[in-house]
Design a protein around this ligand. Structure first.
Ligand SMILES: NC(=O)c1ccc[n+]([C@@H]2O[C@H](COP(=O)([O-])OP(=O)(O)OC[C@H]3O[C@@H](n4cnc5c(N)ncnc54)[C@H](OP(=O)(O)O)[C@@H]3O)[C@@H](O)[C@H]2O)c1
Length: 239
């Protein structure tokens, strides 16, 4: 498929690498322009493009940038993009660590609902609850034991089916995570977040999440990342 990726960092870059390897025609964009992506693109077999071109050349467009940066994308980015084009949001809102406070999300809007609102375009939430390293290294063909599962949430049946097939193509077991209103079940810190679970365990984890704890889950996750960064610094100081 033709796939445009906006964001060429840990997740966008990894998706570009893996998707190009699977034979997809991948275009990648970042905030600094295509020249800055020339070396990476040549290495992985993708085409470096502008953000506008990434949005306009794909049958699938993947948004993989910090949540706060979504507000900086061109206002009418998807105005002329056919509705058949599937837009995927890989994002996670990290208010303390990266994004600053986004009032609408703090007041209860789900991460991907906010992204869809900013883009004026429905999105499918996927690839937000796996770490880049697992995405790069742990995909295996269908039928192999221990295949990690990834959940996909969104409102369009057809768009979600396309993304579920993409998950499978990348070597992960596709799990329907419900509509976008259920996408909180795979947001930061939930039982289904970045735990490299197999399909049955992932379904259980999605089901056991508690909606009243969305903010708490997120805060716990951010605190954990902060602790991990601090202990990593402590280790470096000792060397
Ligand atoms: N890292 C993970 O393991 C992981 C896992 C799951 C989900 N996520 C989520 O996925 C999203 C991306 O995370 P990441 O870790 O890949 O981030 P990252 O490594 O920091 O990379 C961010 C990318 O976004 C680009 N970008 C920033 N602002 C932009 C703008 N206004 N227009 C176009 N491109 C822009 C950056 O380009 P420049 O360098 O040119 O600025 C960079 O290529 C985040 O929401 C994150 O929470 C991350």
């Amino acid at each position: 498929m033709r796939i445009g990726i906006i964001g060429a960092g840990a997740i966008g870059g990894t998706l570009a690498r893996r998707l190009a390897k699977r034979g997809h025609q991948v275009s990648i964009a970042n905030s600094r322009g295509p020249e800055s992506l020339a070396a990476l693109a040549a290495e992985i077999g993708a085409t470096p493009v502008s953000v506008v071109d990434a949005a306009n050349t794909g049958e699938i467009v993947i948004i993989s940038i910090p949540t706060k940066a979504v507000a900086d994308l061109p206002r009418d980015l998807f105005a002329n993009v056919p509705s058949s084009v599937v837009v995927i949001d890989t994002g996670n809102y990290h208010p303390e660590l990266r994004d600053g406070r986004i009032d609408a999300i703090d007041q209860g809007m789900l991460d991907s609902q906010w992204v869809a609102h900013q883009l004026r375009r429905p999105v499918i939430k996927a690839f937000n609850n796996i770490l880049a390293k697992s995405l790069l290294e742990k995909g295996v063909p269908r039928g192999m034991t221990g295949r990690i599962a990834l959940s996909v949430a969104g409102d369009s049946f057809d768009a979600k089916a396309t993304v579920l097939r993409l998950v499978d193509d990348l070597g992960f077991a596709p799990v329907d995570g419900g509509d976008l209103d259920n996408s909180w079940r795979q947001q930061p810190g939930t039982p289904a977040y970045c735990r490299d679970l197999e399909a049955s365990a992932l379904r259980r984890a999605l089901a056991e999440a508690d909606r009243s704890r969305i903010a708490e889950y997120r805060a716990e996750r951010e605190a954990r990342i902060r602790r991990d960064i601090a202990s990593h610094h402590d280790e470096s100081d000792k060397r």
